[in-house]
Structure formats: C-alpha cells, structure tokens
Write a protein of this length. Sequence first.
Lengths: 310, 333
Amino acid sequence: MLKYILKKLLIMLFTLWIIITLTFVLMVSVPGSPFNSESSSNEIVQQNLEKHYNLDKPMHIQYLLYLKSVVTFDFGPSIKQPNQTVNDLLGRGFPISAELGIVTIIVALISGITLGILAALRHNRIIDYAAMAIAVLGISIPNFILATLLIQQLSVNWGIFPVATWKSWSHMVLPVLALATGPMAIIARLTRSTMLEVLTQDYIKMARAKGLAPWKIIVKHALRNALMPVVTIMGTLFVGIMTGSFVIEQIFAIPGMGKYFVESINHRDFPVIMGTTVFYSSFLIIMLFLVDIAYGILDPRIKVNNKEGD
Amino acid sequence: MEKILEVTDLHVTFATYGGTVQAVRGVDFHLNKGETLAIVGESGCGKSVTVNAIMRLIPNPPGRITNGKILFKGQDLTKLKEKKMRSIRGVDISMIFQDPMTALNPTLTIGNQLMEGLKQHHDVTDKEAKRRALEMLDLVGIPNPEERLKQYPHQFSGGMRQRIVIAIALICEPELLIADEPTTALDVTIQAQILELFERIQEVTGVSIILITHDLGVVAKIADRVAVMYAGKIIETGMKREIFYRPQHPYTKGLLESVPRLDTKGKLQPIEGTPPDLFSPPTGCPFTARCPFAMEVCDKVYPESTAMSDSHTVNCWLQDERAKKVLATMATN
C-alpha cells in the first residue's frame, strides 16, 4: 500500500510540473502585459515596473523563478491588487469556494443517489420516469442558464432567497442549486443503471433468501456495489463543480477564487494566474488521489491487488 | 413418515412482452422429513421456478403464483404475508444457489455474510454469532476458520465458496434445504466433494433436502426419491431405484439413455426434438411431439397419474389398459 501511495505521489508531482510548464508557456505566449491598460504611465515607468516584477529577464530565468515560487509556495505580490500577495487572495477566496464546492457535492451526492435508488426500485413506474425526466433536464440545462432562471423566479418574482452575495445559509441556496443540478443528474442516472444491474445479481437473491429486511438488502448489499462507478466519476465531477463555480461565482457575485481567477487572466496578473492555477491543480490532483484510495476501501478486491504489487 | 412439505397443483406464470409463460402447470409433490428429493429435468422445464415459488422468491411482477398450495409444516406458504415469509426464509427453509462465484457479495467479508442471517432472526451476541459461524465453517470443512472469517469471497476457490454458501444456508438450522443445481458450476472433482458434504450435513443435522439438477449422476449419488419434470409438470416420481431400474415414462427412459455409460458401446441416444412452447402449452401430454410411442389420445388429453407402487407414479397413456392391449398385439405381430 505504501509503495502504491509513493508511486502515486510521484505521478502527481510530474502531472503538476506539466501543468505549471503549460500554464507558463500559455501565459507568456498570450499577447499583452499587465501594464497595458495604464495609459498614464510612460515608457520609463513601464520598464521599471517590468524590472520590479522580473518581466524583463529572459524566458528561462522567468520560468525558473516561477518554479522557485511554486516550490516555496510564495507567489509574491499581486500586480493588480494593491498591497496584497497572491497567498492573501488564496487565503481569502479559497475557503468560500471550498464551502460552495463541498456543500454542492454533498447536495448532489445525497439527492442524486436517492433519486437513482428510487428510480431503480420503482423501475418502469411513475417515480422512475419522473426521476429520469428530472435527470435529463439537469444534464441538458447549463448551470449559468439555470442560475439566471433561479434568480428570476425564486428571488426576483417570489422573493424567497437573496439575489446574490455570500453571507448566510439562505444566500447559499441558489448558487448551490444551480451548481449541484448537473452533477446530481449524472449521479442519479449512474446510480439507477448500476443499481438495476446489481439488483439482479445472485448475491441479492441470496440476501433475500436469508430473510433479510428489504432496506438492509438495499443499503448493505446493493448500494455498496452500486456506488462503485459513482466513486469512479467523483473525481471528474468534483473538477466540474470547482471549475463550474467560476461562472456561478461571477453570476452570484460570490467573492471566491473564481472571481480572482477570471480577473487575473483578463488583467494578465501573472503571479495570480500562476498561484491560482498551481493551487487549483494540486487541490484537484489530491482529490483524484483520494478517490483512488476510497475505491480501494470500498472494493476489497482492488486493495489486495495493490498489496501484491501486480 | 411425516411430510414436511406438500405442494399441490402449483401454477406459476410469467407475464412477458410476448405473452404469458406458463412455467409451472400444476405440480404436485411432497417431501418427507429427513429425505432427499431430486427434481430432474432439462433446462426451462420449471424446476427452478418451482423451488423459487416455495421460497416465494419469484420476482413479482412479472412472475405470479396463480394457483395451488405449498404446505410447509401445515401452513400454506402461498397465503403468508411477505413479512411472515421473511421470518421463514433462512430460518426454516434455506436455499443454495447454482453459482458460488456470484452468490456471495464481493464487498463483504465471509464472516459478515455468514453471521448476518443469524443476527437478523435470532437475538444473539456478536460473540455467540461468531462461535456459531466458526462451528459452521468447521462443519462444511473449511480449514483455519478463525482466519477465513475475515476474508473476502475473492480469496476463496469455487469449491470453497460453495461450502461457504452451504454454511450460510445452514447457520439458522433450517428444516428444509433447497439446493438449486448446487454442483453445476463446479468442476467434477469438487462436485463429488460437495455431494459428500451434503450427505454428511444430512447425517449431522437431519435436514430435508430438495435438490434440483439435470445431472443424473448427482441423483444417483445422493437422492432418496426422484421427481422428473417436463414442460412445467411432474411426469414421473418414485424412489431412486424405481426411476433408474423401472422407468415408465418414455421421457424418463430417454433421459436415462442419454447418459453416457462405461459398460455399453455405441452412440449416445439423445431425445430428439425440443420441449413445447410454454406460451401456449399443449392440452395433452407435452411430450407427445417427441415421444416414439405417441398415440392419438396423447395429444388431446393429459393422462391421469397411475400408481406403479406406493411410491412410484407416472402420468402416461401407455399405462392405460387399452394401450397395453395394443402394445401387446403389436409385440406379437
């Protein structure tokens, strides 16, 4: 198991390095500089600014400097946000984004799995059709459309929830709904199809032959096997939710990471782009790694294979 | 002898898109305490459906018990509420499935799967449950039970898994054990071991066994009585010796002739043709189309059962006095 984790860690570091390099290449190849919009500044001021931020140095030196900033996890000050370091921005934005992301994934998981199980247990009956209709809608409607619809109906017309910003639980409802619907639909469909398959397995019939209560058969015998594919896609879903939240954060004016991320690209705020990208990438890579580990815990067959090293 | 189970006029149908399949069409049989009854017949003849009906494990919809009685120790299982039925499953009647590779849940330990039935039905402590589980593993012949209890199904071979399935079925000390083709998925050497295990279990626990199989070798080894099923009906039933040495129904004879033997040479004699379509089963004897002795009456009227001895009955028109006369004259000519 330790060998497996070490191997995984090495691969993760390598992936991260590729992401950093790619981001750097993209960053320098896009035209424009952070100081373009400063109309008042003359040539000399520009040159001094560039010197201050090491932008006058040759490419490979800049690249190495970036690598150094990643290793020390100190991305220096932001170019555009006065008197703030990149770490300040991350420290302020990430908890909010993480809160949104985690609440969303919990809502999506609970509602998606419940919907999927109900649909499977009432296969080809009204509940099944209703659940799958909801799922198809959820997959088809992009979250930014859903977000505006929700704001229009629930906040503007009916006034149940606040329109935007991030202050209390009631502020959370609309962005979470908008963000969770897509993943929920995917989870519901997946749970339904694997559940239907698992319910025909011999070990379910065997559990019934033991005289177990129906809920026990579902929870203990069926669900655990049915959730295997759901765990597999959890990593990808999480990535989807985190990147999807960029748009949602913009729509609901939530001061999370997404806001800084989008702004930094528009402003060519190099340290912030680098910092957020590296931070996000490592976060997502770690999430995917955790999913791998969870898979081994859920399915004993996988753990053993790793132990034996094949 | 005390009858533990008595099935009368059992009918089971399945509603499908193509119509209603009459899988079991009026089955009568009984099981005495402590004996082993083998139900034999080819695939699709309704033997599995019959025993699943006894366990009330027929998925509804599409399946339905449309008629008949299943008397288990005097109470009719077809009339029981699902909740009451649950307290009988695993406790009074247990079932063993065909394929041990799929009958165990891959994500739960053997110990967990062994003990859960016991914990469901009896108020036992974890320690007591574990003691029982170890006892069962020992009974079915699994070495190092203490260690094996913590392992998962994929760490066992097919034969070992079938032993575990048997242990699970027996842990609540049922009075009736239904084994649905328990050796079909195993290789031959393991088959023999499992059959010996059945014999030993019956000696130790006195459990009554219904064994479903299409393998007459299995029947010869462990059955006391045999019921031959064809197209949803039991067409001949009797003690093992009676069925093997004095088979009366042409189908039973055909089955016996289609077993390869060491002491005769020549080609194997298969039964020609295929079983009838159970969407619209024939009104007469369903074997008519394949029967070398078919008469006009066979196709029209289903034969009553004829008693050959106290234990041996057969449903065939050849047993009718008039047919015997015809056969006798044919033989003399």
